[in-house]
Design a protein around this ligand. Structure first.
Ligand code: T4K
Length: 371
């Protein structure tokens, strides 16, 4: 019998640079007395991230949710937006804050992203955009989404909260759609404690977004109704140090992924959800209750006895929120694949400080609880 881990094993731990490196940057901030509002740390981070994400159009925000809310506003979207129910609530909340009606589209059971073949059937004369999510770093069907968007003159936004630095067939993910949002929350591969960014195609959006995150103000004039969504100097300074370590973190996670994949290849009823993703943000599996013999929820609870804390991302489905009860698109019969996935998907501990032996042992625990 596998012994419980001595310390709790969480679904993730933040990538933290050494405190001495961060302290050096904090000393710079203290000396400059410049704490926020596009200071030197912010400007450096923006420049470095443009390079890293292969884009020359990028604006930083104090979290990914506000980035998405303001990105939608900058694109002047209204009416209805077609999106996925299988995502973190922030995706759909960003539509609510813009008073846009979400139209839920079912997901593709293989990669859990929006099922692009079902989008066309949901388009109405009120539709203004498609909001896809690269769930667990699995890229959406960007080719088909692009075709549909051009045909119906719709905007395309990607929630790329899980896709920092990922590529689709070697092409940076920021290349696709009109806009991509990134989250730099503590639990993400790259973090600024809290933070986010938007990359976008139309150069005119840069000025709009900079106004929107700064109360609509430029040089003492107020040009539009914005809010405060600025990334401050402390967040930016931490981000600059974390960024230096992201590639090493990615390599560590790549090794962990191999160990998990090998273990789960031997366990009937368990499949890896993000086999082909190159974001290394999450490691998610699907548990087929009939084949594995136990349900995802049972496994999630059982693992706690071993001091392993997995997460049921993204339970519950956004379409099941009470405030969408009147939406035809939210009905379970219209979202069959999503309603099955939400009962089967489990995110496992996945972060660079998790050693390979621990990942191996988690696989062994699966073999044990299964028998
Ligand atoms: N779109 C998508 C698709 C998203 O997944 C997210 C965020 C967003 C948009 C919005 O982006 P942001 O506005 O957040 O930038 C977490 C995160 O708070 C959230 O950012 C993330 N997605 C979501 C998937 O996960 P929780 O409620 O699960 O986090 P929490 O506090 O339970 O943390 C999980 C585990 O991580 C803990 O058990 C231990 C570890 N942890 C966490 C924190 C915060 C640490 O070790 N240290 C920490 O500081 O939401």
């Amino acid at each position: 019998m596998q012994a419980p881990f001595r310390e709790p094993i969480y679904v993730t731990r933040p990538l933290l640079p050494s405190i001495s490196k961060v302290s050096k940057r904090l000393e710079e901030i203290w000396a400059s007395k410049w704490l926020t509002n596009n200071g030197p740390q912010h400007e450096q981070l923006e420049a470095h991230l443009k390079e890293y994400l292969h884009t020359d159009k990028l604006v930083l925000f104090n979290n990914g949710t506000l980035a998405l809310i303001l990105g939608i506003k900058a694109l002047s979207l209204k009416g209805e937006v077609i999106t996925t129910p299988f995502t973190f609530p922030a995706t759909v909340e960003a539509l609510d804050w813009n008073r846009i009606k979400p139209v839920f589209c079912d997901i593709n059971p293989n990669d859990l992203t929006i099922d692009a073949t079902k989008i066309e059937g949901l388009i109405s004369e009120r539709t203004t955009a498609i909001l896809g999510v690269h769930v667990f770093g699995n890229p959406c069907n960007v080719g088909l989404i692009d075709e549909i968007a051009s045909k119906y003159k719709l905007k395309v936004i990607y929630d790329g909260a899980h896709s920092f630095g990922s590529k689709i067939n070697g092409v940076p993910i920021s290349t696709y759609g009109d806009m991509t949002m990134y989250s730099f929350h503590a639990t993400k591969l790259f973090n600024t404690v809290e933070g986010g960014a938007l990359s976008f195609k139309d150069p005119a959006l840069e000025y709009q977004l900079k106004l929107l995150k700064n109360f609509g103000i430029d040089n003492e004039e107020v040009y539009l109704s914005g809010m405060n969504a600025k990334m401050n100097e402390l967040q930016s300074a931490i981000g600059l140090e974390v960024l230096k370590e992201v590639e090493a973190e990615r390599e560590k996670r790549q090794r962990l992924k191999k160990v998990y994949e090998q273990q789960f290849s031997e366990i009937p009823g368990v499949s890896v959800v993000n086999k082909d993703s190159n974001s290394f943000q999450y490691f998610a599996i699907r548990i087929n209750e009939k084949e594995f013999g136990k349900s995802r929820d049972w496994v999630n609870e059982k693992l706690k006895e071993y001091n392993v804390f997995t997460r049921r991302y993204f339970y519950p489905l956004c379409s099941s929120f009470d405030w969408y009860a009147d939406l035809e698109s939210a009905r379970p019969e219209n979202l069959q694949a999503a309603n099955i996935a939400v009962k089967e998907v489990l995110s496992l501990p996945f972060y660079g400080d998790l050693d390979l032996d621990s990942a191996w042992r988690i696989g062994e625990i699966f073999k044990e609880i299964n028998s």
